[in-house]
Design a protein around this ligand. Structure first.
Ligand SMILES: [Zn+2]
Length: 57
């Protein structure tokens, strides 16, 4: 099961994790919102990973 975090403020999925010591925080790259708790929504089905742009096996 995949889940993807999204910004509770603007709804953007363009968020990144900030490694701040032991506690991970999240930051929205779109609006700059930061927080330790970001909501996530489940991703159903197959989704193309942005990082997986290579050929199939
Ligand atoms: Zn945002």
């Amino acid at each position: 099961m995949l889940s993807r975090k999204f910004c509770p403020k603007c709804g953007s999925e363009d968020v990144m994790m900030i490694a701040a010591g032991m506690t991970g925080s999240w930051m929205c790259k779109k609006c700059g919102f930061t927080g330790s708790v970001f909501p996530e929504k489940e991703v159903v089905g197959r989704e193309i990973d942005e990082n997986d742009m290579g050929d199939e096996e």
